[in-house]
Design a protein around this ligand. Structure first.
Ligand code: AHR
Length: 497
Protein backbone atom coordinates (compact mmCIF):
# COMPACT_ATOMS: atom_id res chain seq x y z
CA UNK A 1 0.00 0.00 0.00
CA UNK A 2 1.15 3.55 -0.68
CA UNK A 3 2.27 5.42 2.41
CA UNK A 4 2.35 9.01 3.61
CA UNK A 5 3.41 10.81 6.77
CA UNK A 6 1.48 13.65 8.29
CA UNK A 7 2.77 15.91 11.10
CA UNK A 8 0.44 18.22 12.93
CA UNK A 9 2.29 20.79 14.96
CA UNK A 10 0.21 22.78 17.43
CA UNK A 11 2.25 25.95 16.97
CA UNK A 12 2.33 25.96 13.16
CA UNK A 13 -0.55 28.40 13.04
CA UNK A 14 -1.78 29.84 9.77
CA UNK A 15 -4.50 31.97 11.29
CA UNK A 16 -7.77 32.00 13.15
CA UNK A 17 -10.44 30.82 10.68
CA UNK A 18 -12.85 33.62 9.88
CA UNK A 19 -16.41 32.28 10.06
CA UNK A 20 -17.10 34.15 6.85
CA UNK A 21 -14.93 31.65 4.97
CA UNK A 22 -18.17 29.67 4.91
CA UNK A 23 -20.36 32.08 3.02
CA UNK A 24 -22.46 31.62 -0.08
CA UNK A 25 -24.30 33.47 -2.81
CA UNK A 26 -27.85 33.93 -4.10
CA UNK A 27 -28.30 35.82 -7.35
CA UNK A 28 -31.47 36.78 -9.18
CA UNK A 29 -30.63 34.15 -11.75
CA UNK A 30 -32.58 31.15 -13.00
CA UNK A 31 -34.44 29.45 -10.15
CA UNK A 32 -32.19 30.59 -7.29
CA UNK A 33 -34.78 32.98 -5.88
CA UNK A 34 -38.07 32.10 -7.58
CA UNK A 35 -38.93 28.41 -6.95
CA UNK A 36 -35.62 28.17 -5.08
CA UNK A 37 -35.76 30.01 -1.78
CA UNK A 38 -39.18 31.53 -2.57
CA UNK A 39 -42.28 29.78 -3.87
CA UNK A 40 -45.44 31.16 -2.39
CA UNK A 41 -47.70 28.25 -3.37
CA UNK A 42 -45.34 25.56 -2.14
CA UNK A 43 -46.66 23.29 0.61
CA UNK A 44 -43.78 24.26 2.89
CA UNK A 45 -44.03 28.02 2.18
CA UNK A 46 -44.13 30.28 5.23
CA UNK A 47 -46.21 33.45 5.56
CA UNK A 48 -43.75 35.31 3.29
CA UNK A 49 -43.62 32.57 0.68
CA UNK A 50 -40.20 31.23 1.67
CA UNK A 51 -39.73 27.49 1.36
CA UNK A 52 -39.17 26.04 4.81
CA UNK A 53 -37.71 22.84 3.40
CA UNK A 54 -34.98 24.89 1.69
CA UNK A 55 -34.32 26.97 4.79
CA UNK A 56 -33.72 23.77 6.77
CA UNK A 57 -31.03 22.60 4.36
CA UNK A 58 -29.43 26.05 4.23
CA UNK A 59 -29.27 26.15 8.03
CA UNK A 60 -27.41 22.84 8.09
CA UNK A 61 -24.63 24.47 6.07
CA UNK A 62 -23.83 27.07 8.79
CA UNK A 63 -23.44 29.88 6.30
CA UNK A 64 -22.08 33.16 7.67
CA UNK A 65 -22.93 35.54 4.80
CA UNK A 66 -24.99 35.27 1.64
CA UNK A 67 -23.87 37.55 -1.18
CA UNK A 68 -26.85 39.14 -2.96
CA UNK A 69 -28.37 40.06 -5.49
CA UNK A 70 -25.60 39.27 -8.01
CA UNK A 71 -23.48 38.46 -9.86
CA UNK A 72 -23.87 39.74 -13.39
CA UNK A 73 -27.49 40.60 -12.57
CA UNK A 74 -26.49 43.41 -10.22
CA UNK A 75 -24.80 45.43 -12.96
CA UNK A 76 -28.19 46.23 -14.53
CA UNK A 77 -30.29 46.21 -11.36
CA UNK A 78 -32.13 49.19 -9.95
CA UNK A 79 -32.56 48.29 -6.28
CA UNK A 80 -35.55 50.61 -5.90
CA UNK A 81 -37.51 48.23 -8.20
CA UNK A 82 -37.49 45.73 -5.34
CA UNK A 83 -38.93 47.84 -2.50
CA UNK A 84 -42.42 48.93 -1.52
CA UNK A 85 -45.76 47.23 -2.22
CA UNK A 86 -45.15 44.16 -4.37
CA UNK A 87 -48.10 44.94 -6.68
CA UNK A 88 -46.39 48.21 -7.69
CA UNK A 89 -43.03 46.69 -8.55
CA UNK A 90 -42.05 46.73 -12.20
CA UNK A 91 -41.30 43.70 -14.36
CA UNK A 92 -37.96 44.22 -16.04
CA UNK A 93 -35.80 42.60 -18.65
CA UNK A 94 -32.73 41.18 -16.95
CA UNK A 95 -30.12 41.65 -19.65
CA UNK A 96 -27.46 39.64 -17.84
CA UNK A 97 -29.37 36.35 -18.02
CA UNK A 98 -31.99 37.17 -20.71
CA UNK A 99 -34.78 36.59 -18.20
CA UNK A 100 -37.76 38.47 -16.84
CA UNK A 101 -37.37 39.81 -13.32
CA UNK A 102 -40.65 40.23 -11.46
CA UNK A 103 -39.07 41.97 -8.45
CA UNK A 104 -41.32 40.09 -6.03
CA UNK A 105 -38.24 39.68 -3.87
CA UNK A 106 -36.06 42.68 -3.07
CA UNK A 107 -33.66 43.69 -0.34
CA UNK A 108 -36.23 43.82 2.49
CA UNK A 109 -37.55 40.33 1.83
CA UNK A 110 -34.07 38.95 1.34
CA UNK A 111 -32.92 40.29 4.71
CA UNK A 112 -35.96 38.59 6.28
CA UNK A 113 -35.09 35.34 4.55
CA UNK A 114 -31.47 35.54 5.70
CA UNK A 115 -32.59 35.89 9.32
CA UNK A 116 -34.77 32.82 8.98
CA UNK A 117 -31.82 30.91 7.52
CA UNK A 118 -29.47 31.98 10.38
CA UNK A 119 -27.24 33.95 8.09
CA UNK A 120 -26.47 37.55 7.10
CA UNK A 121 -26.48 39.50 3.87
CA UNK A 122 -23.38 40.67 1.99
CA UNK A 123 -24.75 43.22 -0.44
CA UNK A 124 -23.44 44.13 -3.89
CA UNK A 125 -24.11 47.54 -5.41
CA UNK A 126 -24.56 48.22 -9.11
CA UNK A 127 -21.45 49.85 -10.56
CA UNK A 128 -22.44 48.97 -14.13
CA UNK A 129 -25.51 51.04 -15.02
CA UNK A 130 -25.66 52.31 -11.43
CA UNK A 131 -24.07 55.45 -10.02
CA UNK A 132 -22.06 56.07 -6.85
CA UNK A 133 -24.98 58.16 -5.60
CA UNK A 134 -27.45 55.26 -5.99
CA UNK A 135 -25.00 53.06 -4.10
CA UNK A 136 -24.94 55.63 -1.29
CA UNK A 137 -28.74 55.74 -1.22
CA UNK A 138 -28.82 51.97 -0.83
CA UNK A 139 -26.49 52.16 2.17
CA UNK A 140 -28.75 54.87 3.61
CA UNK A 141 -31.86 52.76 2.98
CA UNK A 142 -30.35 49.71 4.65
CA UNK A 143 -28.23 51.08 7.46
CA UNK A 144 -29.26 54.59 8.45
CA UNK A 145 -31.51 54.49 11.54
CA UNK A 146 -34.20 57.03 10.58
CA UNK A 147 -35.06 60.64 9.82
CA UNK A 148 -33.91 60.79 6.17
CA UNK A 149 -35.69 60.11 2.90
CA UNK A 150 -34.31 56.60 2.32
CA UNK A 151 -34.18 55.42 5.94
CA UNK A 152 -37.77 56.57 6.49
CA UNK A 153 -38.74 54.76 3.29
CA UNK A 154 -37.35 51.52 4.77
CA UNK A 155 -39.40 52.13 7.92
CA UNK A 156 -42.50 52.82 5.83
CA UNK A 157 -41.83 49.54 4.01
CA UNK A 158 -42.05 47.67 7.29
CA UNK A 159 -38.50 47.55 8.66
CA UNK A 160 -38.16 49.87 11.62
CA UNK A 161 -34.74 48.57 12.57
CA UNK A 162 -31.89 49.14 10.12
CA UNK A 163 -30.76 46.05 8.23
CA UNK A 164 -27.23 46.64 9.52
CA UNK A 165 -25.48 45.23 6.47
CA UNK A 166 -21.77 45.15 7.18
CA UNK A 167 -20.03 43.87 4.03
CA UNK A 168 -20.61 45.51 0.64
CA UNK A 169 -19.26 44.62 -2.81
CA UNK A 170 -18.35 47.51 -5.09
CA UNK A 171 -19.96 45.99 -8.17
CA UNK A 172 -19.38 42.60 -9.72
CA UNK A 173 -16.75 41.30 -12.17
CA UNK A 174 -16.24 44.69 -13.74
CA UNK A 175 -13.17 43.30 -15.57
CA UNK A 176 -15.42 41.06 -17.69
CA UNK A 177 -16.47 42.24 -21.17
CA UNK A 178 -19.74 40.32 -20.55
CA UNK A 179 -20.60 42.64 -17.69
CA UNK A 180 -23.31 45.25 -18.26
CA UNK A 181 -21.31 48.49 -18.61
CA UNK A 182 -17.94 46.76 -18.23
CA UNK A 183 -15.11 49.14 -17.37
CA UNK A 184 -11.37 49.28 -17.93
CA UNK A 185 -9.32 48.90 -14.75
CA UNK A 186 -8.55 52.61 -14.34
CA UNK A 187 -12.20 53.53 -15.07
CA UNK A 188 -13.46 51.04 -12.49
CA UNK A 189 -10.84 52.22 -10.00
CA UNK A 190 -12.07 55.81 -10.31
CA UNK A 191 -15.76 54.96 -10.19
CA UNK A 192 -15.42 52.53 -7.30
CA UNK A 193 -13.33 55.03 -5.36
CA UNK A 194 -16.06 57.67 -5.55
CA UNK A 195 -18.71 55.09 -4.62
CA UNK A 196 -16.57 53.89 -1.70
CA UNK A 197 -16.18 57.41 -0.36
CA UNK A 198 -19.92 58.07 -0.47
CA UNK A 199 -20.84 54.68 0.99
CA UNK A 200 -18.42 55.02 3.91
CA UNK A 201 -19.51 58.59 4.53
CA UNK A 202 -23.07 57.31 4.90
CA UNK A 203 -21.98 54.48 7.20
CA UNK A 204 -18.34 54.44 8.32
CA UNK A 205 -18.76 51.03 9.96
CA UNK A 206 -19.20 49.12 6.70
CA UNK A 207 -16.53 47.03 5.00
CA UNK A 208 -15.96 47.22 1.25
CA UNK A 209 -14.87 44.66 -1.31
CA UNK A 210 -13.25 45.87 -4.53
CA UNK A 211 -13.74 43.83 -7.71
CA UNK A 212 -10.61 41.88 -8.44
CA UNK A 213 -10.10 39.50 -11.33
CA UNK A 214 -13.09 37.39 -12.27
CA UNK A 215 -10.78 34.48 -13.05
CA UNK A 216 -7.09 33.63 -13.15
CA UNK A 217 -7.73 33.01 -16.89
CA UNK A 218 -8.52 36.64 -17.60
CA UNK A 219 -5.99 38.31 -19.92
CA UNK A 220 -6.06 41.34 -17.63
CA UNK A 221 -5.11 39.31 -14.51
CA UNK A 222 -3.17 40.42 -12.45
CA UNK A 223 -2.74 43.90 -13.94
CA UNK A 224 -6.42 44.60 -13.28
CA UNK A 225 -5.89 43.94 -9.59
CA UNK A 226 -2.78 46.11 -9.37
CA UNK A 227 -4.43 49.08 -11.06
CA UNK A 228 -7.66 48.76 -9.11
CA UNK A 229 -5.80 48.52 -5.82
CA UNK A 230 -3.63 51.51 -6.66
CA UNK A 231 -6.86 53.51 -6.80
CA UNK A 232 -8.65 51.87 -3.91
CA UNK A 233 -6.07 50.59 -1.44
CA UNK A 234 -6.87 53.04 1.35
CA UNK A 235 -10.63 52.83 0.86
CA UNK A 236 -11.43 49.13 0.75
CA UNK A 237 -11.01 46.20 3.08
CA UNK A 238 -10.91 43.32 0.61
CA UNK A 239 -10.13 42.55 -3.00
CA UNK A 240 -12.34 39.89 -4.59
CA UNK A 241 -11.38 36.78 -6.56
CA UNK A 242 -13.71 34.54 -8.56
CA UNK A 243 -12.88 31.14 -9.95
CA UNK A 244 -14.88 28.18 -11.27
CA UNK A 245 -13.44 24.84 -12.32
CA UNK A 246 -14.76 22.13 -14.59
CA UNK A 247 -13.66 18.74 -15.83
CA UNK A 248 -12.39 19.01 -19.39
CA UNK A 249 -11.96 15.23 -19.63
CA UNK A 250 -8.81 14.59 -17.62
CA UNK A 251 -9.97 13.48 -14.16
CA UNK A 252 -6.59 13.82 -12.47
CA UNK A 253 -6.09 17.32 -13.79
CA UNK A 254 -9.56 18.24 -12.62
CA UNK A 255 -8.95 16.80 -9.15
CA UNK A 256 -5.79 18.90 -8.95
CA UNK A 257 -7.70 22.16 -9.53
CA UNK A 258 -6.71 23.14 -5.99
CA UNK A 259 -3.20 23.86 -7.32
CA UNK A 260 -4.56 26.57 -9.60
CA UNK A 261 -6.69 28.05 -6.83
CA UNK A 262 -3.70 28.22 -4.52
CA UNK A 263 -1.55 29.93 -7.17
CA UNK A 264 -4.36 32.41 -7.86
CA UNK A 265 -4.62 33.35 -4.18
CA UNK A 266 -0.85 33.67 -3.79
CA UNK A 267 -0.59 35.88 -6.89
CA UNK A 268 -3.32 38.20 -5.67
CA UNK A 269 -1.62 38.43 -2.27
CA UNK A 270 1.67 39.28 -3.99
CA UNK A 271 -0.05 41.90 -6.15
CA UNK A 272 -1.78 43.45 -3.14
CA UNK A 273 1.48 43.42 -1.17
CA UNK A 274 3.24 45.18 -4.05
CA UNK A 275 0.65 47.98 -3.84
CA UNK A 276 1.04 48.01 -0.06
CA UNK A 277 4.77 48.63 -0.51
CA UNK A 278 4.19 51.22 -3.23
CA UNK A 279 1.87 53.14 -0.94
CA UNK A 280 4.06 52.69 2.14
CA UNK A 281 0.89 51.42 3.76
CA UNK A 282 0.67 49.62 7.09
CA UNK A 283 -2.52 47.89 6.07
CA UNK A 284 -2.50 44.36 4.63
CA UNK A 285 -5.25 43.79 2.07
CA UNK A 286 -7.44 40.78 2.80
CA UNK A 287 -9.13 38.64 0.16
CA UNK A 288 -12.79 37.91 -0.47
CA UNK A 289 -13.01 34.81 -2.69
CA UNK A 290 -16.64 35.65 -3.26
CA UNK A 291 -17.39 33.19 -6.06
CA UNK A 292 -15.93 29.68 -6.16
CA UNK A 293 -17.27 26.33 -7.21
CA UNK A 294 -17.35 23.67 -9.89
CA UNK A 295 -19.29 25.02 -12.86
CA UNK A 296 -19.65 23.50 -16.33
CA UNK A 297 -19.56 26.89 -18.02
CA UNK A 298 -19.19 25.36 -21.46
CA UNK A 299 -22.72 23.87 -21.09
CA UNK A 300 -24.54 27.14 -20.40
CA UNK A 301 -27.60 27.63 -22.63
CA UNK A 302 -29.69 30.65 -21.84
CA UNK A 303 -33.42 30.80 -22.60
CA UNK A 304 -35.27 33.79 -24.00
CA UNK A 305 -37.15 36.03 -21.60
CA UNK A 306 -38.66 33.53 -19.17
CA UNK A 307 -39.39 34.12 -15.51
CA UNK A 308 -37.11 31.93 -13.39
CA UNK A 309 -35.80 29.82 -16.28
CA UNK A 310 -34.16 26.48 -15.55
CA UNK A 311 -30.59 27.54 -16.31
CA UNK A 312 -27.17 26.79 -14.82
CA UNK A 313 -28.63 23.84 -12.91
CA UNK A 314 -25.49 21.74 -12.88
CA UNK A 315 -25.88 18.22 -11.45
CA UNK A 316 -22.82 17.36 -9.43
CA UNK A 317 -21.15 13.97 -9.43
CA UNK A 318 -18.99 12.33 -6.80
CA UNK A 319 -15.95 13.35 -8.86
CA UNK A 320 -17.12 16.97 -8.79
CA UNK A 321 -17.48 16.77 -5.01
CA UNK A 322 -13.93 15.47 -4.69
CA UNK A 323 -12.48 18.27 -6.84
CA UNK A 324 -14.60 20.70 -4.82
CA UNK A 325 -13.22 19.40 -1.53
CA UNK A 326 -9.64 20.22 -2.59
CA UNK A 327 -10.75 23.81 -3.19
CA UNK A 328 -12.29 23.96 0.28
CA UNK A 329 -8.98 22.81 1.81
CA UNK A 330 -7.11 25.44 -0.17
CA UNK A 331 -9.27 28.22 1.22
CA UNK A 332 -8.53 27.00 4.75
CA UNK A 333 -4.81 26.81 4.02
CA UNK A 334 -4.92 30.47 3.02
CA UNK A 335 -7.01 31.56 6.00
CA UNK A 336 -4.44 34.22 6.91
CA UNK A 337 -5.45 36.21 3.81
CA UNK A 338 -8.80 34.84 2.64
CA UNK A 339 -11.32 36.11 5.16
CA UNK A 340 -14.50 35.74 3.11
CA UNK A 341 -15.32 33.01 0.60
CA UNK A 342 -18.69 32.50 -1.05
CA UNK A 343 -19.69 29.16 -2.47
CA UNK A 344 -21.42 30.22 -5.69
CA UNK A 345 -24.20 29.60 -5.53
CA UNK A 346 -26.58 28.19 -2.91
CA UNK A 347 -29.88 27.01 -4.40
CA UNK A 348 -30.56 25.55 -7.88
CA UNK A 349 -28.03 27.67 -9.77
CA UNK A 350 -24.68 25.79 -9.65
CA UNK A 351 -25.68 24.89 -6.15
CA UNK A 352 -25.42 22.33 -3.35
CA UNK A 353 -29.21 22.48 -2.89
CA UNK A 354 -31.61 21.54 -5.68
CA UNK A 355 -35.38 22.02 -5.61
CA UNK A 356 -38.29 20.86 -7.73
CA UNK A 357 -40.92 23.45 -8.43
CA UNK A 358 -43.88 22.30 -6.34
CA UNK A 359 -41.83 19.33 -5.17
CA UNK A 360 -38.94 18.24 -3.04
CA UNK A 361 -35.45 19.38 -2.28
CA UNK A 362 -32.19 17.43 -2.31
CA UNK A 363 -28.57 17.79 -1.27
CA UNK A 364 -26.21 17.59 -4.22
CA UNK A 365 -22.86 15.83 -3.78
CA UNK A 366 -20.93 19.07 -3.12
CA UNK A 367 -23.23 19.77 -0.19
CA UNK A 368 -21.33 17.29 1.97
CA UNK A 369 -17.74 18.56 1.80
CA UNK A 370 -19.03 22.09 2.25
CA UNK A 371 -21.03 21.08 5.32
CA UNK A 372 -17.99 19.26 6.71
CA UNK A 373 -15.68 22.26 6.52
CA UNK A 374 -18.30 24.76 7.66
CA UNK A 375 -19.22 22.60 10.64
CA UNK A 376 -15.81 21.37 11.77
CA UNK A 377 -13.37 23.83 10.18
CA UNK A 378 -13.43 26.14 13.18
CA UNK A 379 -10.79 27.65 15.40
CA UNK A 380 -7.23 27.92 14.12
CA UNK A 381 -6.04 26.69 10.76
CA UNK A 382 -2.75 24.82 11.24
CA UNK A 383 -0.17 24.13 8.59
CA UNK A 384 0.35 20.36 8.31
CA UNK A 385 3.63 18.91 7.09
CA UNK A 386 2.77 16.08 4.72
CA UNK A 387 5.02 13.70 2.82
CA UNK A 388 2.78 11.99 0.29
CA UNK A 389 3.25 10.18 -3.03
CA UNK A 390 3.02 12.44 -6.08
CA UNK A 391 1.04 12.10 -9.27
CA UNK A 392 1.83 13.56 -12.70
CA UNK A 393 -0.75 16.03 -14.05
CA UNK A 394 -0.88 17.70 -17.47
CA UNK A 395 -1.54 21.19 -16.22
CA UNK A 396 0.42 21.35 -12.98
CA UNK A 397 3.26 18.82 -13.28
CA UNK A 398 3.84 16.70 -10.16
CA UNK A 399 1.14 17.15 -7.54
CA UNK A 400 0.90 15.46 -4.11
CA UNK A 401 -1.88 12.90 -4.03
CA UNK A 402 -3.15 14.26 -0.72
CA UNK A 403 -4.60 17.74 -0.45
CA UNK A 404 -5.35 18.53 3.14
CA UNK A 405 -6.11 21.16 5.77
CA UNK A 406 -6.22 21.01 9.58
CA UNK A 407 -8.07 23.06 12.15
CA UNK A 408 -7.72 23.13 15.91
CA UNK A 409 -10.56 24.41 18.03
CA UNK A 410 -8.88 25.33 21.32
CA UNK A 411 -12.21 25.71 23.09
CA UNK A 412 -13.50 22.21 22.42
CA UNK A 413 -10.06 20.63 22.06
CA UNK A 414 -11.05 19.13 18.69
CA UNK A 415 -8.50 18.75 15.92
CA UNK A 416 -10.00 18.10 12.50
CA UNK A 417 -8.08 16.86 9.50
CA UNK A 418 -9.70 17.33 6.10
CA UNK A 419 -8.04 15.25 3.39
CA UNK A 420 -8.68 14.59 -0.27
CA UNK A 421 -6.93 11.56 -1.74
CA UNK A 422 -6.71 11.97 -5.52
CA UNK A 423 -4.83 8.68 -5.94
CA UNK A 424 -6.67 5.77 -7.51
CA UNK A 425 -5.12 3.61 -4.77
CA UNK A 426 -5.61 3.85 -1.00
CA UNK A 427 -2.88 5.63 0.95
CA UNK A 428 -1.91 4.66 4.50
CA UNK A 429 -1.10 7.78 6.45
CA UNK A 430 0.96 7.86 9.62
CA UNK A 431 -0.20 10.78 11.73
CA UNK A 432 2.15 12.37 14.25
CA UNK A 433 0.35 14.56 16.77
CA UNK A 434 2.96 14.51 19.55
CA UNK A 435 2.89 18.29 19.89
CA UNK A 436 -0.56 17.84 21.45
CA UNK A 437 0.52 15.16 23.92
CA UNK A 438 -2.15 12.57 23.23
CA UNK A 439 -5.38 12.60 21.25
CA UNK A 440 -8.46 10.45 21.29
CA UNK A 441 -9.68 9.44 17.84
CA UNK A 442 -13.35 10.32 17.51
CA UNK A 443 -14.51 9.75 13.98
CA UNK A 444 -13.53 9.27 10.37
CA UNK A 445 -16.09 10.41 7.82
CA UNK A 446 -15.55 9.33 4.21
CA UNK A 447 -17.11 10.40 0.95
CA UNK A 448 -16.21 7.94 -1.81
CA UNK A 449 -17.80 5.35 -4.07
CA UNK A 450 -17.28 3.00 -6.97
CA UNK A 451 -18.92 5.24 -9.52
CA UNK A 452 -17.26 8.64 -9.82
CA UNK A 453 -20.09 9.79 -12.09
CA UNK A 454 -22.81 9.00 -9.56
CA UNK A 455 -25.11 11.91 -8.73
CA UNK A 456 -27.97 12.47 -6.29
CA UNK A 457 -31.42 12.64 -7.87
CA UNK A 458 -34.94 13.17 -6.58
CA UNK A 459 -35.53 9.43 -7.08
CA UNK A 460 -32.27 8.46 -5.35
CA UNK A 461 -31.32 11.43 -3.17
CA UNK A 462 -28.72 9.61 -1.05
CA UNK A 463 -26.87 7.84 -3.86
CA UNK A 464 -23.75 9.84 -2.90
CA UNK A 465 -23.45 10.66 0.77
CA UNK A 466 -20.83 10.29 3.49
CA UNK A 467 -20.24 7.11 5.46
CA UNK A 468 -18.42 6.48 8.72
CA UNK A 469 -15.23 4.41 8.90
CA UNK A 470 -14.52 2.61 12.15
CA UNK A 471 -11.79 4.30 14.21
CA UNK A 472 -9.52 2.54 16.69
CA UNK A 473 -10.58 3.62 20.15
CA UNK A 474 -7.77 4.76 22.44
CA UNK A 475 -5.34 7.57 23.06
CA UNK A 476 -2.51 8.12 20.65
CA UNK A 477 0.37 10.39 19.84
CA UNK A 478 0.89 8.64 16.52
CA UNK A 479 -1.53 6.47 14.59
CA UNK A 480 -2.23 5.14 11.10
CA UNK A 481 -5.33 5.77 9.03
CA UNK A 482 -6.07 4.58 5.52
CA UNK A 483 -7.45 7.15 3.12
CA UNK A 484 -9.46 5.12 0.58
CA UNK A 485 -8.74 5.62 -3.11
CA UNK A 486 -10.34 8.76 -4.57
CA UNK A 487 -11.94 9.91 -1.35
CA UNK A 488 -12.74 12.89 0.83
CA UNK A 489 -12.00 12.34 4.51
CA UNK A 490 -12.77 14.12 7.75
CA UNK A 491 -10.78 12.79 10.71
CA UNK A 492 -11.76 14.18 14.07
CA UNK A 493 -9.76 13.78 17.25
CA UNK A 494 -9.79 15.35 20.67
CA UNK A 495 -6.79 16.69 22.51
CA UNK A 496 -6.85 14.89 25.87
CA UNK A 497 -3.62 16.04 27.51
O1 AHR B 1 -22.37 32.70 -10.49
C1 AHR B 1 -22.73 32.84 -11.83
C2 AHR B 1 -22.05 34.04 -12.47
O2 AHR B 1 -20.67 33.81 -12.50
C3 AHR B 1 -22.17 35.35 -11.75
O3 AHR B 1 -23.31 36.03 -12.09
C4 AHR B 1 -20.97 36.10 -12.24
O4 AHR B 1 -20.50 37.02 -11.28
C5 AHR B 1 -19.97 35.03 -12.57
O5 AHR B 1 -19.43 35.18 -13.82
Amino acid sequence: MKKATYHIEKDFKISEVDRRLYSSFIEHLGRAVYTGIYEKDHETADEQGFRRDVIELVKELNIALVRYPGGNFVSGYNWTDGIGPVENRPRRLDLAWRSIETNEIGIDEFVDWAKKANTQVMLAVNLGTGTPQEAGYLVEYCNHPSGTYWSDMRIKNGHKEPHGIKVWCLGNEMDGPWQICHLEAHEYGRKALEAAKIMKWVDPTIELVACGSSSSNMPTFPEWDRIVLEHLYDHVDYISLHRYYQNYGDDVDFLASFVDMDMFIKTICATADYVKALKRSKKTMMLSFDEWNIWYQTNVKLKEWEIAPEILEDRYSLLDALAFSGLACTLLNNADRVKIACLAQLVNVIAPILTQKGGGVIRQTIYYPFRDVSTYGRGIALKPVIKAPVIETKSYGEVPTICSAVTYDEESGFITVFALNIDSEPVEVNFDVRSFGKVELKEHIVLDGDDLNAINTFEDPYRVCPRKERVKEGMYDTFDIILPKLSWNVIRMKNVM
